[in-house]
Design a protein around this ligand. Sequence first.
Ligand SMILES: [Zn+2]
Length: 52
Amino acid sequence: MKCEICKKQIAETFLKKLVGTYIYDAKHKKRNVCFECQSHFKNDKAKMLETM
Ligand SMILES: [Zn+2]
């Protein structure tokens, strides 16, 4: 799984959970965001979607 903002590979925990988050775009498509980008955008979903 790659972050759709910075395009880096997103790390997974040993339980295969992504170290990051999912957000849904206007078309209800699931988009992956890494923890660093989530922090950088202060979890502002609208801004994160604009950046993709
Ligand atoms: Zn990222």
